[in-house]
Design a protein. Structure first.
Length: 366
């Protein structure tokens, strides 16, 4: 079910009209020096960016890495705010960070992935923000746990923070793959389904881990209807003290944004609407057929479960399961269907079948 959080729109979300999506928040991973930050901000402003992001405190996996300049960087943001007229944003990870950032008049805060994963940290930040009316963005937790993400918004909302937004930065994975963090787009999609009015931002820098993928990830976010992007931009990316490989120059950012194709959220004419609705009706009919087939299949599974119980036969039959999986994968290839999709679907069906038969096997008949 959708969460009933009365998320309030705010001026920061409305800097651009719907047809001019996305709202872009950009700036260096870390504020390294006053000169670096100001020069980067100036170029970003000249390219139309209106919200500057910069890390003041940097949570690092291991010690002895650059962990940010700390509080001395906050006046740098404040100076840019007053001199260039940009909105400024930074990450906070505890109550002290919140108090220091608010004291310097920072316009927008975000909670990082490591912090989102810890309900105690989120609660501490939420309580430090009581009575404050500024936008707060929440990155997804490092692990793909939708409940943790939703819980963070609920904690903030209970403490009176109503100007909320989500940042999708992907999820950590032990296995190496093309991107630094696996996108798992279905999770932010589910978040949007649950909290419909929540602005959704994509962080292609952290998903990609390398600048060459920022364009394609940004486009994917636009294709999915994301409201904005938060991208790391540095005046000299290769010299950056943190996350150098995933940062881009303000000019590179401008080139990427110019190439973005912005999709309309809804059909823009009656003809398109009718065509889409007709196709959706066909999908609905097929979905009903799938549900009917699953219902019938589960009834047969129950019959098999009762027979196995009566004859003391194990639930799992490895050879039978191997034959099913091989057959459906072969059919998937013949029909040009994604093998990974078909495999996931049938593994889920198989697990549900095992669960149903397990229940039958261990049920005490009266």
């Amino acid at each position: 079910m959708a969460c009933q959080l009365d998320i309030q729109p705010c001026s920061e979300w409305n800097l651009f009209s719907r047809l001019q999506r996305p709202l872009v928040i950009a700036g260096p991973c870390s504020a390294e020096s006053e000169e670096q930050l100001f020069n980067t901000a100036t170029l970003l402003k000249n390219n139309g960016i209106e919200v500057l992001r910069a890390g003041i405190w940097k949570p690092r996996t291991r010690p002895n890495c650059f962990e940010g300049v700390g509080e001395k960087g906050l006046p740098w943001l404040q100076y840019i705010q007053k001199t260039l007229g940009l909105k400024v944003a930074t990450e906070v990870a505890n109550a002290h960070h919140v108090e220091a950032a608010l004291k310097q008049g920072i316009d927008m805060l975000w909670i990082g992935a490591r912090s989102t994963a810890n309900p105690f940290v989120v609660q501490e930040i939420a309580e430090a923000l009581k009575g404050v009316n500024i936008p707060v963005l929440v990155k997804n937790p490092v692990n793909p746990d939708i409940e943790l993400w939703v819980g963070a918004f609920e904690r903030l909302y209970i403490c009176g923070i109503k100007k909320l937004g989500a940042i999708h930065r992907g999820f950590s994975s032990y296995n190496s793959n093309r991107y630094r963090n696996t996108p798992q787009w279905q999770i932010p999609i589910e978040l949007k389904r649950r909290i419909k009015q929540l602005p959704l931002f994509c962080d292609p820098s952290h998903i990609s881990g390398h600048r060459e993928y920022i364009q394609e990830i940004s486009q994917k976010a636009m294709d999915l209807g994301f409201d904005g992007l938060i991208i790391e931009s540095h005046i000299q990316p290769d010299c950056a003290l943190s996350d150098a490989a995933q940062q881009i120059t303000p000019q590179q950012l401008n080139d990427i944004l110019k190439q973005l194709i912005i999709r309309d959220a809804h059909p823009n004419n009656s003809s398109s609407h009718l065509i889409i609705e007709e196709l959706r009706e066909k999908i609905d009919t097929l979905d009903n057929s799938i549900l009917e087939a699953l219902t019938h299949r589960m009834k047969i599974i129950e019959e098999i479960g009762h027979y196995k119980k009566q004859n003391n036969i194990t639930i799992l039959q490895p050879d039978r399961w191997e034959n099913i999986l091989s057959r459906v994968i072969d059919e998937a290839r013949k029909n040009n269907l994604p093998v990974e999709l078909v495999e996931r679907v049938f593994k889920a069906i198989h697990q549900a079948s095992i669960d149903r038969q397990t229940d039958i096997m261990n049920r005490h008949e009266k």
